[in-house]
Design a protein around this ligand. Structure first.
Ligand SMILES: [Zn+2]
Length: 77
């Protein structure tokens, strides 16, 4: 079973997913290092489309409607 590199939850067939290409992966890692996070992603990893959107979206305090772990982590930085 594949695991999303961002939220670490299992990938199931009912959730849209994306496979990271080298460029997309680098984008995630850039954000990761800017925010001091611990994301581990490599080209070819699978992520939820929604997770990637949430992760790459500029974080504005007023604009947090998502309550998953990733967003909580971002808020604590
Ligand atoms: Zn995910």
């Amino acid at each position: 079973m594949d695991i999303c590199s961002i939220c670490h939850e299992c990938i199931d067939d009912s959730t849209p997913t994306a496979r990271l290409d080298p460029k997309g992966c680098q984008t995630l890692l850039d954000i990761n290092s800017k925010r001091g996070l611990q994301l581990k992603a490599a080209p070819g990893d699978i992520v939820h489309v929604q997770c990637r959107k949430d992760f790459t979206r500029p974080v504005k305090e007023q604009d947090i409607s998502v309550t998953n772990n990733v967003i909580h982590i971002l808020l604590e930085v």
